[in-house]
Design a protein. Sequence first.
Length: 463
Amino acid sequence: MTRVVIVGGGPGGYEAALVAAQLGAEVTVVDTDGLGGSAVLTDCVPSKTLIATAEVMSRAADSGELGVRIASERPAHGLVSVDLAQVNERVKRLAAAQSADIGASLERAGVRIVRGRGSLDGPSRVVATSPDGSTSSFDADAVLVATGARPRVVPGAEPDGERILSWEQVYDLDALPERLIVVGSGVTGAEFASAYNALGSDVVLVSSREHVLPGEDADAAQVLEDVFRRRGMHVLGRSRAQTARRTADGVVVTLADGSTVEGTHCLMAVGSIPNTERMGLVESGVRLTDSGHVEVDRVSRTSARGVYAAGDVTGVLMLASVAAMQGRIAMRHVLGAAVTPLDLRTVSGNVFTDPEIATIGVTQAQADAAPDDVHCIKLPLVTNARAKIQDMQDGFVKLFARPGSGIVVGGVVVAPKASELVFPIALGVAHRLTVDEIAATFTVYPSLTGSIAEAARRLHTPD
């Protein structure tokens, strides 16, 4: 019986625990904040629950072309309004239910769950410090560190949970912010800005870069920024926030050029910090990067023998799906099962804005750098029959393939539910399908997936 101790109960931790138990290991999970981690309790599940309500608001606001008439003095949202207290109560209830389901799954699998803060006492022992200060030690043949990350705090703009908020604190609001300043235009900032704009807040998005979503496909980011501006959002490009301070009835954000932005609330979305401090990692031989992340290889091994790491604490790719896969790979590797090393080229990512942005594989920047190695086609959704029927004005499908072989190597989808539409492209990338094989597959008519098949047809390479 191999003894596995996992520090952290997020996706990297609990998925690893289930695999390890299935493979016959004796598994202990030491968890501090609640099973599911930030993905379930304060990040993915809560934010997407909030966004689900925002999507309903958007559809109601944009339904005029479909013949829907809602009489109101507020034509932007009609008679539709949001009860944020009820929304946030649902957010917390669903998060708690998901966390409980994870706990039940672990218990059924025979996993021991210990509440406490885990740290390493050498590479083969974990010490758990419980909330009352008592400690217990667990010897391990293998240790997995999956402690996640937390919101980065900007000095001079420290969240207070009332007016200046981190993304973990927004679910305590019981009323919709009248004027919300969102600092940070990465994925988290863009998602919350999109959601609160749809819910009815006046939103100001402060971006230190020229455009929103600087790490995403440039064409996709431009579509989203155009949508933001059309829907009344104030997007401030090249505007780095220096401080945020409370006033009598709101908040003032001071920018690097000395100008100020006033609002009722401010959401700080400026990145995250790995939870690696005071864990005995370096003392146990675990090498960290300059940013504090745990260095791992493609099977999740650290520099310390028998110690693995998974999830946001590694900084490999900040996605719950990647964390879960890293955890599974780690356990299969340490327990001697067949394992395929992590391949980031097959990872789908999604930005849950309105419209959504889904990506996989080769990027436009990579294609531009090697135009002879990658061919690309981009089809706007406005030419798609289903998009016309549903009055979708924004979005596109982009496909990347190798010339000659026609093998699909990447794609971008900008559309409502792009997170679902990218799956056929992901299958193509993962299984090295050709554009001809995708084009020869039947699609429903009319459907948005028809644009994927059409893009593949246009990338056909004559024999």
